[in-house]
Design a binder for this molecule. Structure first.
Ligand code: GDP
Ligand code: IMO
Ligand code: MG
Length: 421
């Protein structure tokens, strides 16, 4: 067995879905290893756009199997809707989609707890997608959670009711939170559980480890700066998003990992609250947002935009042990006269090139290097050599600074708009 990992090096939405789909056919199996429907992975081909939340992005490659690993948290309602969309588009999943028995289930009350917690935080809120991710992982580590395997047991309903009751006690006593749609939500949820039962539920760790020749691509969700340990805590998600998490979230040993493919946008975006040292609150930020269609694939919220941040990219490649890089959305910078990259920060009067304990935007002032832009439309270019010289300079500078080859350059959202070097 060989496992490569593809994961985001920024605050998510780097284009993971597009690139996993693009390289997916080289692998026998794509495995999601963490996160849940807070993710939105977009794939475009044949004039159609698909957005996946729980299902791995290999689902459109006919010969590739897909596994939702034990590290993922699944909302059966969202998952059922995803399956329905695949069906409507004639995408087959009966023989190539598998779910780990050990993956945890997001319950309706997890969503309410998420909402109640955010309301209670007031202006310190995380900006969660409100999909119930945090409360579900809390129940997992608190040893209370419900897992996919539990739906096969006789006392599933009893376990579900008992946990729902406990959540309602917390909601009422601690948060004074009420939700009038609870009964309806629970009915739909239980119906969706019946759909889940019809799918291929497997012991994920055996499913992959018993096949000696299998080549796996582990697909990350979110990004390194949203990692619960190494991200901009507390403005992070509730799972480990980094490469080490692929071992835990699928059940593979570290010595099976080969390539770690790190993906980043040609600039930075962030959706939700939290520090963002290179954020652009000006016309250029707006232009990037407009040209890059920077609106969340899951929540539709507008994404904050800013210049590329080299100290944080270096940090991300270090934590993940990145062996090769993918740069996306370089086309979005077309027609910006002067493009900047943050090379260092000024912090307490000192020039630094690392991330301090507190990534406080107030105290961390970016120091920029400026690059000349380009005007040519690059989306139809399929050879690196044919790209405008100023664009190549930008990429070659990054390669030199990061000391890792950039193997794929993405020049548009479509599967075909991709340059493999
Ligand atoms: P993910 O969460 O990392 O899979 O990324 P998202 O799908 O949330 O966001 C990436 C967005 O950028 C999607 O709308 C993609 O269709 C789009 N996209 C991906 N690569 C490119 C690219 O190279 N250029 C442009 N213009 N759009 C891209
Ligand atoms: P993909 O896989 C971008 C952000 C949320 C919020 C924080 C916590 O599409 O890149 P959560 O719902 O996990 O409690 O939210 O993390 N966030 C994402 N931002 N892309 C994602 O996933 C994200 N998943 C969560 O906006 O700031
Ligand atoms: Mg996304």
């Amino acid at each position: 067995m060989k496992v490569d990992i593809l994961l985001g090096l920024q605050w998510g939405d780097e284009g993971k879905g597009k690139i996993v789909d693009f390289i997916g056919k080289k692998y026998n199996l794509i495995g999601r290893f963490q996160g849940g429907p807070n993710a939105g992975h977009t794939i475009k081909f044949n004039n159609q756009t698909h957005v996946l939340h729980t299902i791995p992005s290999g689902i459109f490659q006919k010969k590739t199997e897909n596994l939702i690993g034990n590290g993922v948290v699944i909302d059966p309602i969202i998952f059922s809707n995803e399956l329905l969309k695949l069906k409507e588009n004639n995408i087959k999943y009966n023989n190539n989609l598998y779910i780990s028995r050990k993956a945890h289930l997001i319950m309706p009350t997890h969503r309410y707890l998420d909402a109640a917690s955010e309301i209670a935080k007031g202006n310190k809120k995380v900006g969660s997608t409100l999909k119930g991710i945090g409360p579900t992982y809390m129940d997992k580590t608190g040893r209370n959670g419900l897992r996919v395997g539990d739906i096969e047991s006789k006392d599933f309903q009893k376990k579900f009711k008992s946990l729902t009751k406990k959540h309602n006690q917390i909601l009422k006593k601690y948060y004074s939170y009420q939700n009038s749609s609870q009964k309806k939500d629970i009915d739909i949820w239980l119906k969706s559980i019946e759909n889940l039962k019809k799918l291929n539920i497997v012991d994920g760790e055996y499913f992959i480890n018993k096949r000696k020749k299998i080549q796996i691509l582990a697909e990350g969700a979110q990004g390194t700066l949203l990692d619960v340990d190494f991200g901009s805590y507390p403005f992070v998600t509730s799972s480990n998003t980094i490469s080490a998490s692929a071992c835990i979230g699928l059940g593979v040993a570290p010595n099976k990992i080969k390539k770690v493919i790190g993906i980043f946008k040609a600039y930075c975006t962030r959706v939700g609250s939290g520090p963002f040292p290179t954020e652009l609150n000006d016309k250029i930020g707006k232009k990037i947002q407009k040209n890059g269609h920077e609106f969340g694939s899951t929540t539709g919220r507008s994404r904050r935009c800013g210049w590329l941040d080299l100290p944080s990219l270096k940090y991300a490649t270090m934590i993940n042990g990145v062996t090769e890089l993918v740069i996306t959305k370089i086309d979005v910078l077309t027609s910006i006269k002067k493009i900047k990259i943050c090379t260092h920060y000024k912090h307490n009067g000192k020039k630094i090139n690392y991330l301090p304990f507190n990534i406080d935007t107030e105290k961390l002032k970016p120091i920029y290097k400026e690059f000349n832009g380009w005007n040519d439309d690059v989306s139809q270019i399929n050879k690196f050599e044919r790209l405008p010289n100023n664009l190549k300079n930008y990429i070659e500078y990054l390669e030199k600074e990061l000391m890792i080859p950039i193997k794929i350059v993405s020049v548009g959202p479509d599967r075909s708009e991709t340059i493999h070097r």
